[in-house]
Design a protein around this ligand. Structure first.
Ligand code: FES
Ligand SMILES: [Fe+2]
Length: 448
């Protein structure tokens, strides 16, 4: 304890303690300020031409196995994915068109879904194969052929690109997706269109579910200021440090397909520190340095599972440490995962409380006080507000409020409390270390 603090307890002299503390706090704050200077905005379009409806990356291709159903939701609309007989991905509304049961616990075989309630069987195109089962037509209903035309699955368009499965989430699903309709294009999301060639990189990914507002997570990932403050001790980069004053120039590019914020070093303006690109509705690219020479690019996909439920897929593309054997030996993937869980955890409490404040209407999107360097956040919220009003994606959430616990168990694939993922990952590290390093030693000692 400092001398003046001891004096305070003896004499009750406030100033002798508070003044030095105030000074400490002042220098402490000054040290942590990140200065954004020379702010520049380049607009080639007034606004983004994509709204909240559009192409979303839902999961990495490897997550969707043949004859397995992948459950999820979009804005609380229950959905599922599966591969049909030709390996084409189908995205189906998880509501049986007969009497509204979920397909959970039903059958999927060779692209045909069977409802667990009355056994209606649907082809992957969406039509019902066994209407007789539903109508008992031979006993009661002579008009079942008309009925057969009406009962069908509801589907959204899908596409696989860059080892991701995308769906085109729109106002209304389709009743029939045929062979000739499968060649969809999603130019804007294709990674090669964004300045880096993915075959020059190796990649790993992490998936995490959050119980908080989807739009707030995107905001967090667009925000550079918090990186130094919240993740300063976790991110292994000498420029991301709480105790160093860093000055950057910021440039924002706005066009029809994305908004982008580029931070370069004030003392070396030609050198980029970081570039953050938002491609609506749910993708963010973060480049470490200029995209053409960047050795590290992060692709973040945000999936709006529902009201205060969201999933994030982070894939990191690297040009270094490409050797798989070496990576496996040093458990690189698991250790990197650990860092990611820590970073997510550092954000999670803030996101949860922010979501809570939002729910109480203490925080309205258009009322938050934005500073100059928050310009990209402002563009983002303007886009969000406009798109939400236009597209109205929350059409199902209003009805269900928070009564979706049954479906939560299905859609939360990656535990929303990140610590659980971290514990599982730690166990994996221990197990692999034992198998790789301890067991050969034990074997050796047994031999001698
Ligand atoms: S609810 Fe699906 S077959 Fe009846
Ligand atoms: Fe963060």
């Amino acid at each position: 304890m400092k001398n003046n603090q001891i004096n305070f307890f003896k004499s009750g002299d406030f100033n002798s303690v508070l003044k030095p503390l105030e000074e400490d706090l002042k220098t402490f704050r000054e040290k942590r300020i990140v200065k954004i200077e020379n702010f520049e905005v380049k607009e080639t379009a007034k606004e983004l031409n994509i709204g909240i409806f559009g192409w979303y990356a839902i999961c990495p291709s490897s997550e969707l196995k043949k004859n397995k159903i992948f459950y999820f939701s979009m804005y609380d609309e229950p959905l599922l994915l599966f591969r049909d007989e030709e390996n084409f991905v189908r995205c189906v509304k998880n509501v049986c068109p007969h009497r509204g049961a979920s397909f959970y616990d039903g059958d999927l075989f060779n692209g045909e879904l069977t409802c667990p309630y009355h056994g209606a069987k649907f082809t992957s195109e969406g039509s019902c194969k066994n209407v007789d089962r539903l109508t008992c037509s031979h006993i009661v209903d002579s008009n079942y052929k008309n009925y057969a035309k009406k009962i069908h699955l509801y589907q959204y368009k899908t596409l696989e690109k860059d080892d991701y499965i995308f769906i085109n989430y729109t106002e209304t699903p389709l009743t029939n997706i045929n062979e000739y309709e499968k060649g969809f294009e999603i130019n804007n999301h294709e990674l090669s269109k964004h300045g880096f060639k993915i075959d020059e990189y190796v990649s790993e990914q992490v998936l995490v579910d959050f119980k908080c507002d989807w739009a707030r997570i995107i905001e967090n990932h667009l925000d550079i200021l918090h990186i130094f403050w919240v993740h300063g001790d976790t991110i292994p980069d000498k420029d991301v440090n709480k105790n160093v004053l860093t000055s950057f120039n910021q440039k924002i590019n706005i066009n029809k397909e994305f908004i982008e914020s580029i931070y370069s070093y004030k003392n070396d303006p030609n050198k980029e520190f970081i570039r953050i690109k938002f491609i609506p509705p749910g993708r963010i690219l973060i480049y470490k340095g200029d995209p053409s020479i960047s050795r590290y690019v992060q692709v973040l996909d945000h999936i709006p599972l529902g009201n205060n439920k969201a999933r994030v897929i982070v894939r990191h593309y690297r040009k270094f440490l490409k050797n798989k054997i070496f990576r496996d030996l040093v458990l690189f993937e698991e250790i990197q995962r650990k860092t990611f869980y820590k970073i997510f955890n550092e954000d999670y409490m803030i996101l949860k409380t922010q979501t809570y404040n939002l729910k109480l209407e203490l925080l309205k999107n258009d009322e938050i006080k934005l500073l100059g360097e928050d310009k990209i956040i402002k563009y983002y919220w303007n886009w969000y507000k406009r798109s939400e009003e236009k597209d109205n994606p929350w059409r199902y959430s209003k009805k269900i409020e928070n009564n979706m616990d049954v479906y939560d168990n299905l859609i939360f694939k990656y535990p929303p409390e990140i610590n659980k993922l971290d514990i599982l990952n730690n166990l994996k590290i221990i197990r692999k270390t034992l198998i790789r390093y301890a067991s050969p030693l034990i074997f050796f000692f047994l031999l001698i």
